[in-house]
Design a protein around this ligand. Structure first.
Ligand SMILES: Nc1ncnc2c1ncn2[C@@H]1O[C@H](COP(=O)(O)OP(=O)(O)OP(=O)(O)O)[C@@H](O)[C@H]1O
Length: 245
């Protein structure tokens, strides 16, 4: 079990005088699965951008273990083991599920290693393991282009897992999924966490409930409430700004 915490303390991001993050503090423990919810414009995407080095905070501390992320660029942060899945999948339609994961496994090793790459038994085992984790073993030899929307999202999560991240950031994974796909995604993320930390931003509260883990509610760039889904759904401040519709 790997063991670095993600630590944000007093993080503020100002865009043209507007505070997208306002003194945000948050700790995600090693192996934790954390859901982040909040209304549009609450700062969820900006928080992810700060963690991955895409956006520099105006002030505040962002650490992964003892690494100060505010001093590192995006590729360096990715190499530390922080992977991010964006909402729109970027899988290669003409390649099979297996080949997409294989590509994710070899690409970070650099262009020379990529040309010299031979599929070893060890790599094939790893690809098999990843396909099992995301529930796509039976689709191994199908081109990604014929997968359902949900399966494409899982494939992209698999491509990130191939790179063995220590912290996985997942942006609105279940948007547009069927109920069955949403349930599968919740179970998958629960399975992925533990070995790694997972931070998932999502609007779908049924999905967040299915995760059954700690929830952080953001509002106007700060933490409004934190705790179990029942705790936050019953928090009068949350009801007022977010749920009381
Ligand atoms: N590059 C930028 N320049 C100026 N303002 C920005 C920039 N990025 C984000 N913002 C503003 O910061 C605020 C927070 O945006 P952010 O995208 O982080 O919210 P969010 O919680 O992810 O919202 P959503 O649920 O709609 O994705 C918004 O009001 C947005 O307009």
């Amino acid at each position: 079990m790997k063991g670095r915490s993600l630590y944000l303390d007093g993080v503020t991001v100002v865009f043209d005088g507007f505070r997208a993050l306002n003194n945000l503090s948050l700790v995600v423990e090693p192996g934790e699965l954390r859901a982040i919810i909040g209304p549009n414009g609450a700062g969820k995407t900006t928080m992810m951008d700060v963690i991955t080095g895409k956006t520099r905070p105006t002030s505040g501390t962002v650490r992964f273990g003892d690494m100060d992320l505010t001093r590192l660029d995006e590729p360096t942060i990715a190499n530390l083991g922080i992977g991010r899945k964006f909402q729109k999948p970027t899988v290669f339609d003409d390649l099979t599920v297996f080949e997409n994961i294989e590509l994710a496994l070899k690409a970070p090793r650099g262009p020379i290693a990529c040309i010299k790459w031979h599929l070893t038994g060890e790599a094939a085992d790893r690809i098999g393991q990843v396909m099992t984790e995301v529930g796509l073993v039976e689709r191994a030899h199908d081109p990604a282009g014929i997968l359902s929307h949900g399966q494409r999202q899982w494939l992209e999560i698999g491509m990130l897992l191939a790179q063995d991240p220590e912290l996985l950031l997942v942006d609105e994974p279940v948007a547009g999924m069927t109920d069955a796909e949403t349930e599968h995604t919740a179970a998958m993320l629960v399975g992925i966490a533990g070995k790694r930390s997972v931070v998932v931003v999502e609007h779908d509260l049924e999905f967040v409930r299915a995760l059954g883990r700690r929830v952080t509610v953001l509002h106007e760039g700060s933490v409004l409430s934190e705790g179990s889904i029942d705790h936050v759904q019953n928090d009068p401040r949350v009801i007022e700004v977010y749920l009381g519709r």
